[in-house]
Write a protein that binds this ligand. Structure first.
Ligand code: DAT
Ligand code: MG
Length: 150
């Protein structure tokens, strides 16, 4: 089972889309193993997005991500990183395929509702940035058997 970090960005919270977006992940079969409503500090935004430092959109991205509360989710499931990226859709809402989160709920380039880790290395690094080990919970669900890899 893989784990990944998902952020419901400030636009998702402001637009009251927290419930509908979490539903997308849950109904696919992903398990919520951690969840926080939080404000991202400038320092955390800079660390989280350090790969984008120096790019033209970086300052606006940090300003947006620190502009209001976000919901941080730790999700677990078979191929969770890849599956979540597929559920999210392409980066820009205007490009994202209908049926994906970004494709159904947004049209903006930068205000694109969700972040999802893009590799196992990124997932581990980002989960550690947003969650203490004690705040991630492994627990059985009655339908685990139907969401297993086999
Ligand atoms: P993703 O979030 O799909 O992994 P990314 O890691 O390339 O995309 O970029 C991080 C975020 O930065 C992205 O969600 C939105 C913003 N962003 C990326 N490229 C942008 C651009 N050309 N103009 C405005 N915002 C951009
Ligand atoms: Mg990315």
């Amino acid at each position: 089972m893989d784990r990944t970090l998902i952020l419901l960005k400030p636009d998702a919270v402001q637009r009251r889309l927290v419930g509908p977006i979490i539903e997308r992940f849950e109904r696919k079969g992903l398990k919520v193993i951690g969840m926080r409503l939080m404000k991202i500090s400038d320092q955390l935004a800079a660390t989280h997005y350090e790969a984008h430092q120096g790019k033209p959109f970086y300052a606006g991205l940090v300003q947006f991500m620190t502009s209001g509360p976000v919901v941080a989710l730790a999700l677990e499931g078979n191929q969770a990183i890849t599956v979540c990226r597929k559920l999210m859709g392409e980066t820009f809402g205007c490009d994202a395929t209908a049926g994906t989160i970004r494709g159904d709920f947004g049209i903006s380039n930068g205000f694109n509702l969700v972040h999802g880790s893009d590799s196992p290395e990124a997932a581990q690094r980002e989960l550690e940035l947003f969650f203490e080990a004690d705040d991630l919970h492994s627990y059985p669900l009655v339908d685990d058997c139907w969401n297993a890899a086999e």
